[in-house]
Design a protein around this ligand. Structure first.
Ligand SMILES: Nc1ncnc2c1ncn2[C@@H]1O[C@H](COP(=O)(O)OP(=O)(O)O)[C@@H](O)[C@H]1O
Ligand SMILES: CC(=O)N[C@@H](CCC(=O)OP(=O)(O)O)C(=O)O
Length: 255
């Protein structure tokens, strides 16, 4: 039976160089059970390493990297080059057909500046070229998307990968959206919280249980919830993300 539903998997930079074979086997399992798969990736630590080598300083404002023209060149080089190609070749090693794309290709992620004065070339996605993704997925390819975008005036933008994944999941009416990261899910005092509502997420941000890089993840999760996307999952890239019955591990965020 062909399910033909779409799952968006966001791989965080925190874990992208350490994804285990369990992770790739689980992706294969989803594909074989009839899901169309889209992978979106970040690469924060890799970007930071290259910026540091090149002596380019950046700062984070509300979890977003303020991005000068010079920094944008590095972000583009690292995300659309190194990280994207590494992930594509690894997927192919596991017999998963993958095509690497950046948000600039085919105007996949049309983006506008959030606030040029405060954040520089940091963008938010205003349109997703769903047709291009469908074209690849109907031919059984997994699109692997790096989180940079473009506007129609020839400007490129740095897009937070969690927010890019959320926008893509909304645009394709995904049935599943998973944030793969370096922790088992949302933790409180070291314990995994298996389920969270929108309201509980807000409370955990206020009391600072959720902080830093987890904030854009849960924000993108809450914003992406819809009639077709009833839960969003935050999971680890280390142990695989499906249990023996094919259920998702980690934290499930629901309305
Ligand atoms: N309540 C929380 N539970 C788990 N991790 C949290 C929480 N609050 C903040 N974090 C931090 O969020 C990090 C994941 O975000 P980030 O480093 O941006 O990952 P990625 O590169 O995968 O997007 C964790 O490693 C942890 O340090
Ligand atoms: C605007 C902004 O902050 N962009 C991010 C893009 C990469 C990213 O989001 O990577 P992770 O998934 O590893 O966090 C950055 O420059 O680090």
């Amino acid at each position: 039976m062909k399910i033909e539903k779409t799952v968006v998997i966001k791989c965080g930079g925190s874990i992208i160089n350490e994804l285990t074979s369990e992770f790739f086997q689980n992706v294969k399992q989803l594909k074989e059970s009839g899901y169309k798969v889209i992978i979106v990736h970040g690469g924060g630590p890799d970007i930071q390493q290259t910026l540091t080598k090149l002596l380019i300083e950046t700062e984070f404002i509300n979890g977003l990297r303020k991005t000068s023209k010079e920094a944008l060149e590095v972000v583009t080089m690292v995300l659309a080059g190194k990280v994207n190609k590494q992930l594509v070749t690894t997927l192919q090693q596991y017999d998963l057909n993958a095509v690497g794309l950046s948000g600039c290709d085919g105007m996949l992620l049309e983006t506008v500046a959030i606030d040029l004065d405060t954040l520089g070339y940091v963008g938010e996605v205003v349109n997703v070229n769903v047709q291009l993704l469908e074209l690849l997925m109907t031919s059984e390819y997994i699109p692997v998307i790096s989180s940079i975008g473009a506007d129609k005036n020839g400007n490129g933008f740095n897009v937070n990968a969690d927010l890019a994944a959320g926008a893509i999941a909304q645009a394709v009416h995904a049935e599943k959206l998973m944030f793969v990261t370096d922790v088992r899910g949302v933790l409180q005092d070291g314990q995994l919280i298996p389920q969270l509502t929108k309201r509980e997420v807000q409370q955990l941000i206020v009391d600072k249980t959720i902080y830093g890089g987890m904030i854009p993840k849960v924000t993108a999760a809450v914003n992406a919830l819809s009639d077709t996307l009833e839960e969003v999952n935050i999971i680890s890239g280390i142990d695989g993300f499906l249990d023996q019955d094919g259920n998702l591990l980690g934290t499930a965020i629901k309305t």
